[in-house]
Design a protein around this ligand. Structure first.
Ligand code: GLA
Length: 374
């Protein structure tokens, strides 16, 4: 437990669930995530030195980061995200001062719920708070994304960091990843709830597979840019895609088809959410999962087994993997009265199919960055 009174600020940023719009953010598409109550909380106070002293509520380690050598901590097992975030914030011209930080993360690591974005965003917001700066959450998100790319080596889009920083209680964000225009849409599911289940399969080689998928979409864009007259791959409608499909081959064609069709599903899902049409939303989730499995190939045996068990349950209107894939979580639209049975039966079926025990989480849709002076 942290004794709050010993610190100056408590700053937090959210994990996120993406309702739909997967692997389209880096193609300039729209995504539909929501920030979660699961988050990274940072307790921070200035310490008058040129060091950031890092500790964790859940780890015995302590790490000391020299603020004049922030580019030297890439190989740290713990603390590398914080070092990268501080470095990129400093490089953006902000003052980073010596401070003590305790980090308390309730977003499960490797769950596809963006624990890394929550860590990056909250660390930057804490550094800004302790230096007396008022932060612009969008600038924090963009800097955190740069840290993930340049320090952690994942060539990610903006979705996770944006959702972590800019989330709004009770709302999903219909975020245009090309312009960063964001429409907040109340999550109104009538007699249904969103249920998140973790397949608990440790993922491996995620960075290289992620970067490879991204490169394939870039290849498709280069081929289609002139003939289709598009300024990003996400501008492809399913109809334009069909018109130019002959120019693409193999996996690159499959990846581009996923992007075109997933973007269309996001448009429909936002309409369905606004209309309270949970049956339509659920059907779109199922289609999204199938596309991520068959065309984008980022699901894997465990996520497929989990989505399959969910989709078969009578109280479930739709289910899909959420996040980058290759492990992590599913998100499902489930009739609230059937949630308890859904969780028990899905976990049972999944364990029988794979040997892994799944975990279910409460899905509270919360704010992004919070800053409180103690
Ligand atoms: C990861 C990335 C995001 C996004 C998703 C897939 O979470 O960090 O930018 O690309 O995968 O939608």
């Amino acid at each position: 437990m942290v004794n709050e009174k010993e610190y100056e600020y408590v700053v937090s940023a959210a994990g996120r669930v993406n309702i739909i719009g997967e692997h389209v953010d880096y193609c300039g598409g729209k995504v539909f995530p929501a920030a979660l109550g699961m988050r990274n909380t940072v307790y921070v106070r200035p310490n008058g030195t040129n060091k950031i002293n890092l500790s964790w509520t859940t780890l015995p380690d302590t790490v000391v980061l020299d603020i004049d050598k922030l580019d030297t901590y890439r190989a740290l097992k713990y603390g590398n995200y914080q070092a990268g975030s501080a470095l990129l914030w400093q490089n953006a011209g902000h003052k980073v001062i010596g401070c003590d930080m305790v980090q308390d993360c309730t977003v499960p690591f490797g769950s596809g719920l963006s624990s890394s974005a929550a860590i990056e965003v909250s660390t930057i917001a804490a550094l800004a708070a302790v230096a007396g700066e008022h932060v612009d959450p969008v600038e924090v998100a963009l800097t955190a994304q740069r840290a993930e790319r340049e320090y952690a080596g994942v060539n990610c889009g903006i979705m996770d960091q944006y959702a972590s920083a800019c989330g709004k209680k009770g709302h999903a964000m219909l975020l245009d990843c090309k312009t960063l225009a964001c429409e907040y849409v109340p999550v109104k599911l009538g007699d249904c709830s969103l249920v998140i289940v973790n397949c608990n399969k440790p993922h491996s080689l995620v960075e290289s597979k992620y970067n490879e998928r991204r490169a394939q979409t870039e290849e498709a864009f280069e081929i289609l840019r002139k003939p289709a007259g598009i300024s990003c791959l996400a501008e492809l409608t399913p109809e334009t895609f069909e018109r130019f499909v002959h120019l693409l081959q193999g996996k690159v064609r499959d990846r581009a088809r996923h992007v075109a069709e997933e973007c269309e599903r996001v448009r429909k899902a936002a309409v369905a959410m606004k209309a309270g049409d949970t049956a339509m939303l659920g059907a779109l989730l199922n289609e999204s999962h199938a596309s991520l499995r068959d065309l984008y190939e980022v699901t894997g045996k465990e996520l497929d087994a989990l989505a399959d068990a969910a989709q078969r349950h009578e109280a479930c209107l739709g289910s899909r993997m959420t996040g980058g894939g290759f492990g992590g979580c599913t998100v499902s639209v489930v009739r609230t009265e059937g949630v308890a049975d859904f969780k028990a039966s899905v976990c049972r079926a999944y364990e029988q199919a794979t040997g892994y025990a799944a975990s279910c989480y409460e899905t509270e849709i919360a704010d992004g960055i919070t800053v409180r002076k103690i």
